[in-house]
Ligand binder design. Structure first.
Ligand code: IPE
Ligand code: IPE
Ligand code: MG
Length: 232
């Protein structure tokens, strides 16, 4: 069994967590930040090299203005408040996603946190924000087309899978394990290219209740899998 280097998580179920308590959905998002902090720390201790989490999808703009604004505000607060913690834990911070539609001050904070953590050598923490798997692929294709326009002497006629992956938002090793919380059996436009051969683990736990034990269970399940990659 391959050792897990990269875990990707669809952090789902914040809204239901809050609704079940008669609270506004945004309480669930606030609470989800604690699970995230705890999961990142635990993954780091387990020696996982990369953690990618789905925080906001290109489709999540369809939600109410109040909820979208609350999510933007929460991420901004996270970027501001977590700097010290990420530095202490030696975490390298990255974001995968489109910049289109993201408020300027948020983009600035993202750049700042990426810059200050760039030389950290611990776990790479990649937040998928304003992320869509299809947009990521289309953005990569458009980058290649742009390069071709700007370099007419030496245009690309063909491209390999390996070359293509260099044009994705972040060129990280593909996740061995994909976790989705809250019992939904779908991908919701997450990492379409990268999860071609990921092992999928779905648990009923709602994201705000996700604990170290849930992460351990997911890894234990992964360790039981027989990964064949099309072979026998
Ligand atoms: C996941 O929780 C967080 C985001 C999508 C931002 P949801 O907000 O989707 O929670 P549910 O699925 O409605 O319970
Ligand atoms: C996926 O969850 C996006 C994030 C976790 C950020 P959604 O709750 O948006 O997905 P659907 O709507 O259930 O497919
Ligand atoms: Mg959801």
């Amino acid at each position: 069994m391959d050792i897990i280097k990269h875990i990707a998580i669809i952090m789902d179920g914040n809204g239901r967590w809050a609704e079940r308590r008669g609270l506004l959905r945004t309480f669930g998002h606030n609470e989800g930040v604690n699970s995230l902090r705890c999961t990142l720390e635990h993954a780091g201790k387990l020696g996982i090299k990369y953690l990618t989490v789905f925080a906001f999808s290109t489709e999540n703009w369809k939600r109410s203005t109040e909820e979208v604004n609350a999510l933007m505000k929460l991420f901004k607060l996270y970027l501001k408040n977590e700097e010290k913690n990420l530095m202490e834990k030696n975490v390298k911070f990255l974001v995968s996603g489109s910049k289109i539609g993201v408020p300027e001050d948020l983009l600035e904070r993202i750049e700042h946190l990426k810059k200050v953590t760039a030389n950290n050598t611990g776990i790479v923490f990649n937040v998928a924000f304003n992320y869509g798997g299809r947009s990521e692929i289309i953005d990569a294709v458009n980058l290649i087309l742009k390069e071709n326009r700007e370099n007419i002497e030496n245009t690309k006629k063909e491209i390999t899978e390996e070359e293509f992956s260099k044009y994705l938002y972040n060129d990280l090793p593909y996740p061995e394990l994909l976790i989705r919380t809250s019992g939904e059996f779908r991908i919701s436009n997450f990492l379409l290219w990268q999860i071609a051969y990921s092992e999928i683990y779905i648990c009923d736990t709602l994201w705000p209740d996700f604990s170290e034990k849930d992460l351990d269970d997911a890894i234990a399940s992964y360790n039981q899998r027989d990964r064949r990659f099309g072979g026998i």
